[in-house]
Design a protein around this ligand. Structure first.
Ligand SMILES: Cc1ncc(COP(=O)(O)O)c(C=O)c1O
Length: 432
């Protein structure tokens, strides 16, 4: 067994803490009388990957951390983000802690607090405003069910929203709440006017994707939030197609809450996401679920139960320790690589794709200005999208069909060769 190089595997650095005999007990381990713990090994040699420092300097090194890119032209991050070797290393270090330390850190709520701080720092929010939740759906439901929306009131969404930013609100429709779904125009755009007309004094929530999953349209959140605020309505943002690509703090978007699953550009695992909520809104949301970790005290005999005043009120039982551990590590990595650099890289690659599609005469549905898009490019091949997706897949080019069009979605692990491979295949498809 080999000792892991902490330069390759930054999560290992804090594991040194676990070796300190005086380390305090975590909230999840009652009465742990640890004399000595020893985390020096992993179950088998760690997959050799680039160091994060190397990857932060050079995109080829960054790409080398994503072995899938050697086998596929993977342009489907908007469906599932590829998982880098650093996550494998993090997961192994988690297992190593279980094996060697009886999970002293792996099952520790203190580690969860570290993750909260790392995620808050990377994506731009006060730590106390971040709750570690399962996915976008859970975040939407926390608000949909916890805000106390009454029959006769309404919620505004649009036809561009993903299922998981639609069903949580449509579910309220069955309870007498008016769910207003704005139609998209022929270019999949929802004009700001449509929001202005739909929002009224009975509107409680406007829920909108930062970047839409189909046509890849980036919404102007601050303008939509401005309209909502005029009627004291909240703006809730589905951030999953933008967070981790766009270099903007989530707490500066103008939204009241931003919700993000972990399995795309957070470089994490499904089941480990987060919600940011504006601090003075937290107290207005009564969580539908509550348990040990939702309250100010862990003592179940306290006479008066008080919900945590911060975003921890939205958490309850034992969390997804492994997913959170991975996400903590990935948040550190994203910060080291730099969201500014990631955004620039995705922009450069997507510009190249759009220019190539223009040359081939393939219609791009996604708006051109960078301020109106991010990593998704929706393409109209003027033939059945499913067939295009299948034929590309036969060439190991992975894209998706969304809303009857072909969607390529890019991340910083892609390179110019990926774009050119897709363009060459697209040209070939025109004549075949
Ligand atoms: C815009 C958008 N929202 C939400 C989701 C997923 O929701 P959840 O995180 O609840 O699985 C996706 C894709 O998986 C998406 O593209």
């Amino acid at each position: 067994m080999s000792a892991l190089n902490p330069a390759f595997h930054p999560i290992l650095e804090p594991l040194a803490w676990a070796r300190t005999p005086s380390a305090g007990c975590s909230r999840s381990r009652a009465g742990c009388g640890h004399a000595e713990v020893n985390v020096t090994s992993v179950p088998r040699d760690a997959q050799l990957g680039p160091s994060v420092e190397e990857a932060a300097r050079d995109w080829n090194s960054f790409r080398a951390a994503f072995p899938t890119t050697e086998r596929f032209t993977y342009l489907d991050t908007a469906r599932k983000g590829l998982v880098p070797v650093w996550v494998e290393a993090a997961m192994r270090s988690w297992m190593a802690d279980v094996y060697d330390n009886a999970g002293f850190k792996a099952f520790s709520m203190e580690e969860t607090e570290t993750a909260r701080a790392e995620i808050a720092s990377t994506f731009g929010a006060p730590t106390q405003c971040v709750a570690l939740i399962k996915n976008t759906s859970e975040g939407m439901n926390i608000i949909a069910q916890g805000l106390g929306i009454q029959p006769g009131e309404n919620v505004v969404i649009s036809a561009n929203e993903h299922e998981n930013n639609t069903f949580p609100w449509r579910y309220l429709g069955g309870k007498g709440i008016d769910v207003r779904i704005l139609p998209a125009d022929e270019n999949a755009m929802i004009p700001l006017d449509a929001y202005a007309r739909a929002i009224d004094r009975k509107t409680r929530v406007v829920s909108v994707a930062w970047v839409s999953y189909g046509a890849g349209i980036r919404s102007n959140i601050s303008e939509i939030a401005g309209l909502a605020r005029q009627h004291s309505a909240l703006t809730v943002v589905d951030g999953i197609q933008a967070t981790g690509i766009l270099n903007q703090r989530v707490d500066t978007l103008g939204a009241d809450a931003v919700i993000c699953g972990g399995h795309k550009t957070l470089l994490s695992l499904a089941g480990a996401g987060f919600i940011y909520m504006r601090e003075d809104l937290i107290g207005d949301i009564a969580p539908s679920y509550a348990a040990k970790f939702s309250f100010t005290s862990l003592d179940r005999t306290v006479p008066d139960l008080r919900l945590a005043p911060d975003a921890r009120r939205f958490e309850y039982g034992n969390p997804n320790f492994l997913g959170i551990w991975a996400q903590c590590n990935s948040a550190r990595i994203i910060r080291k690589v730099g969201l500014d650099r990631i955004e620039q890289r995705v922009r450069t690659l997507s510009d190249r794709l759009i220019a190539g599609l223009d040359t081939l005469g393939i219609r791009v549905r996604t708006p051109r200005p960078w301020e109106q898009r991010a990593g998704i490019i929706s393409m109209d091949f003027r033939r059945r999208a499913g067939e295009v997706v299948e034929r590309l897949e036969q060439q190991r080019i992975i894209v998706s069909e969304r809303d009857k069009f072909v969607r390529a979605s890019l991340y910083a692990c892609n390179n110019e060769a990926d774009i050119d491979t897709l363009l060459n295949a697209a040209e070939w498809l025109k004549g075949n």
